[in-house]
Design a protein. Structure first.
Length: 231
């Protein structure tokens, strides 16, 4: 049976983010903004899992950051549709209502900045956050985004609107490769607290990398392909 990888990008990413990689299975980088309406995370997962292209194949999901959170919802809603998953720098979910409210306010402030301030100036502030290395390896440009796309990410798919998925992740039946950068301290701590039910699941902590580990690590492509070969 054919295997196919579906790769979901992160916030401020595009489908072209994955073009530099040579995975050992064919892969598709879908447009995450196919709908003109704002979908919540569970609605997106439901729509994505109903894609008829998934039928008759051994499908693998790969997602970075926000895309990783979308991947988790797809896996949890329809675990039988997915043979395996690669999750990169994704948050499994905040645990308290107070944390969620703080995050919603945080994301709303960023949305206002992107909508009202100079794009390059806001991107400099965005890259100055501690989880990044202050660089912009994905070469993000203002023309790549619309107001709807920014609202979809920072409102509809905000981490503040996501449930705590730790328990649900522990019950997923498929092999999962969970990737974080060792310099991304918060996400490394979250990853090490995860438990998995499949014996082939594991966490890989990439040395000398931060949140954008896929584009920073020279070992990323090799590690992913080794994982895929072991399925």
């Amino acid at each position: 049976m054919d295997k196919k990888i579906y790769a979901l990008h992160g916030f401020l990413g595009t489908s072209t983010d994955w073009e530099k990689f040579n995975f050992n299975h064919p892969f598709i980088a879908p447009n995450l903004f196919y709908s003109k309406k704002t979908l919540n995370i569970t609605e997106f997962a439901s729509d994505f899992n109903q894609n008829k292209a998934l039928e008759g194949k051994e499908n693998i999901l790969l997602g970075y950051s926000m895309g990783g959170r979308l991947v988790l919802h797809c896996l949890i809603q329809s675990p039988n549709k997915w043979k395996a998953a690669i999750i990169i720098s994704a948050h499994p979910g905040l645990t308290t209502e107070n944390e969620k409210q703080v995050r919603l306010k945080h994301d709303k402030k960023w949305l206002q900045k992107f909508q009202t301030e100079n794009f390059d100036a806001v991107m400099s502030k965005w890259n100055a956050q501690p989880i990044f290395n202050k660089d912009n390896p994905l070469n993000l440009k203002e023309g790549d985004y619309t107001s709807h796309m920014l609202e979809q990410c920072l409102d509809g798919w905000s981490l503040g609107k996501q449930n705590d998925l730790n328990e649900a992740i522990s019950k997923l039946p498929m092999p999962i490769l969970w990737i974080v950068g060792e310099n991304d301290l918060k996400f490394t701590e979250l990853a090490l607290k995860l438990t998995f039910s499949n014996p082939k699941s594991r966490v890989w902590i990439a040395k000398n990398c931060s949140h954008r580990v896929a584009w920073e690590s020279v070992e990323f492509e090799k590690k992913v392909n080794l994982f895929l070969e072991g399925l």
